[in-house]
Design a protein. Structure first.
Length: 337
């Protein structure tokens, strides 16, 4: 949801853009890429201007599903990560007019779940929607009938941008978006088209969350925000914080997906021609113990020489300071001359 964020963080975004002029990700600097796009790609389709969700296809290697935030229509786009080009656009039928689509996830049986869960009214919609559809066996423009579920929250309306489906159980979860941190909401064991599906808070999430993703084995939950991220051990929803994520600096970081093999975390951003940046997934996307015998706690992550805790954010801040200092220093030299 770009509106409130842009108002609150314009200055910081300007600094981020300044850094971007001097620091080009390896994936955008001509680094070798594999066929699955696990080293990142750029979305080439001019129709995709507000990519707000990202999900790696399990049926079609190298394909990522995405969608626009709002003001587009009932569309899903299949993007080939080897080229960045759209290879299929699905038009959903059997649903109402999408309002604020913020997330996408793929569950067991190659079912796609779309979260129309954003709230431009700041948490006042009495209900939101989830759409479910089968992932097509072939990739081509098509019209697909989807199932629509009505969703409410046990503790009242709220804004959210993160929806995840557990890859083993198929249970659906939502994380609300709150500047002071939010909650993980658990849906019913089986969603129903009859009546409302009440989602209940089961754990706190220490982040202003813009998206989340399960590892393919279902043992880890990765949550991202605009300038940071956290990984949790899952354990049936009893979240255990295991460390921070190395979230890249992006114009407006809105989406997150594991690669299909779980070795990478793919970070997406809004905007025309937006990039999807790949970072190594902690522990290869599994819940394996660290070599030291520790469980990857914050202290271990934050103190290591290759810490992912603040890597890119620290670099960005230092780069901004260096550029600004150099600029004003140069001006002083000109004055003295």
């Amino acid at each position: 949801m770009r509106r409130s964020f842009a108002a609150r963080a314009g200055a910081l975004l300007a600094a981020t853009l300044l850094v971007g002029a001097f620091a080009v990700p390896a994936s955008a600097a001509g680094a070798d890429r594999d066929d699955t796009g696990d080293k990142g790609f750029t979305i080439e389709d001019p129709r995709i201007t507000e990519s707000s969700g990202l999900a790696a296809s399990r049926r079609h290697p190298g394909i990522y599903w995405t969608h626009n935030d709002s003001d587009d229509g009932p569309y899903l786009y299949a993007v080939d990560s080897a080229t960045g080009k759209t290879v299929a656009r699905l038009t959903l039928t059997g649903i109402g007019s999408p309002r604020d689509v913020e997330a996408i996830s793929i569950g067991p049986g190659d079912k796609i779940y779309v979260g129309d869960i954003g709230d431009n009214l700041g948490g006042n919609w009495p209900y939101v929607w989830i759409y479910e559809l089968p992932e097509p066996k072939t990739l081509a423009d098509a019209t697909v009938r989807a199932t629509q579920y009505v969703v409410t929250y046990a503790d009242g309306a709220r804004d959210a941008e993160s929806l995840v489906v557990h890859p083993k159980t198929g249970r659906v979860y939502i994380i609300d978006k709150n500047e002071d941190g939010g909650h993980l909401y658990e849906g019913p064991a089986t969603l129903s088209t009859r009546g409302k599906n009440v989602f209940k808070p089961i754990a706190t999430v220490d982040l202003w969350a813009t998206d989340a993703a399960f590892s393919p084995d279902g043992t880890q939950l990765a949550v991202r925000g605009y300038f940071g991220g956290i990984r949790y051990g899952w354990n049936g929803g009893d979240l255990k914080r295991e460390g921070r994520l190395d979230v890249p600096l992006q114009r407006q970081g809105e989406s997150l997906s594991y690669s299909a093999d779980g070795t990478k975390l793919m970070y997406g951003s809004e905007g025309t021609g937006s990039s999807v940046v790949a970072e190594d997934a902690p522990d290869g996307g599994s819940s394996a113990k660290s070599p030291s015998g520790k469980d990857g706690s914050d202290s271990a992550s934050d103190s290591s020489g290759s810490s992912a805790a603040t890597g890119n954010v620290k670099f960005g801040a230092l780069a901004v300071v260096a550029v600004v200092a150099a600029f004003f220093g140069f001006r002083r030299l000109l004055r003295r001359g």
